[in-house]
Design a protein around this ligand. Structure first.
Ligand code: HPA
Length: 245
C-alpha cells in the first residue's frame, strides 16, 4: 500500500486512535514545517500525521509554511495525502457539521509561497491542474463514507479565501456566483504543491458554519467549535473506514 499522510486542520490537531510509533522534526530548504511528523498505526495501517496549524494550533492560514509541509512529506516517502479542513458552507446542502469531498478549487488567496518552481535554475514547469484532487483517492473516500454510513456530498467546489478574517456577505455572494459550494482558507496552495511533487491529494471538508450572509447574525467561534466537534468526529470515522479498505 502507498505511504499515506493525513494533514489535520482546525479541530483535528491530533488523531485520537493513532498508536504513535515515531515523532520526527524535519527541516527543509523552505524552512520549518508546521509541526513534528507523527508516524503511527491506525488499525493495522501505517500513517503519518501532520497538524497543519501546528500543535497547539498557532499558525494562521496565511502563515502556514505549505511548501515546507509538502516538501517534508515527500522526503518521508509519502505518496498520498488526505487533507482534513474546516470550511464554511455556501450552497444549501452544505450545512454545519456536513462533510464534502470537493472535486474543484477556485483560489482567491494571495501573497502565499505557492510553488516549488520559482527558481530560475530549475526552469519553469507548468503542472496540469485541471482536476486538482486525485480522482482515485476521492472515489475511495466516497466509498469509505458509504461503508461508515456517513451521508456526505461527493462533489463540491472549494473556494480558498485568504483569511484569517471571515468573508463579507458580498464576497460569499460573489464566490457563490463563481460556483463555489464551500469556503476555506487552507486548501491552496497545499493542493497545488502536492500536485507539483506528484503526490496524490484529496480533501475531507468539514463544514463549521454557514458562510457569511447565509444565516442571520454573527458567525461566532463558539458556533464553529461546536459544529466542528461533531463534524470532525465524523471525519475521524471516515478516515478509519478509508484506512481499513
Ligand atoms: N470561511 C472561510 N474559512 C472557514 C470558514 C468560513 O466561513 N469556516 C471555517 N473555515
Amino acid at each position: 500500500m502507498s505511504k499515506l499522510a493525513i494533514i489535520g486542520g482546525t479541530g483535528l490537531t491530533q488523531l485520537a486512535d493513532l498508536k504513535i510509533v515515531k515523532r520526527e522534526q524535519f527541516n527543509t530548504p523552505y524552512g520549518a514545517p508546521s509541526a513534528e511528523f507523527i508516524t503511527g498505526e491506525l488499525g493495522d495501517k501505517k500513517v503519518i500525521f501532520l497538524a497543519r496549524h501546528g500543535n497547539p494550533h498557532r499558525f494562521a492560514p496565511h502563515k502556514i509554511n505549505y511548501r515546507a509541509n509538502i516538501w517534508a512529506l515527500k522526503q518521508l516517502g509519502v505518496e498520498q495525502i488526505i487533507a482534513v479542513a474546516a470550511v464554511g458552507g455556501i450552497t444549501p446542502d452544505m450545512g454545519p457539521a456536513h462533510i464534502a469531498i470537493p472535486d474543484q478549487i477556485i483560489d482567491y488567496s494571495y501573497g502565499r509561497e505557492h510553488t516549488f518552481f520559482d527558481n530560475d535554475q530549475e526552469g519553469v514547469t507548468h503542472i496540469d491542474f485541471t482536476y486538482p484532487y486525485s480522482q482515485k483517492l476521492r472515489s475511495r473516500l466516497i466509498t469509505a463514507a458509504a461503508q461508515a454510513q456517513l451521508k456526505i456530498s461527493p462533489l463540491g467546489t472549494y473556494g480558498c479565501a485568504q483569511g484569517p478574517r471571515l468573508e463579507t456577505a458580498a464576497e460569499i455572494k460573489r464566490m457563490e456566483q463563481d460556483g463555489c459550494d464551500l469556503v476555506g482558507m487552507t486548501g491552496m496552495p497545499e493542493a497545488a504543491l502536492a500536485k507539483e511533487l506528484s503526490i496524490d491529494y484529496a480533501a475531507i471538508a468539514v463544514v463549521a458554519n454557514w458562510a457569511a450572509g447565509k444565516t442571520e447574525g454573527e458567525i461566532t467561534m463558539a458556533e464553529i467549535e461546536q459544529h466542528l466537534h461533531k463534524g470532525m468526529a465524523d471525519a475521524a470515522l471516515l478516515l478509519k473506514a478509508f484506512i481499513s479498505q
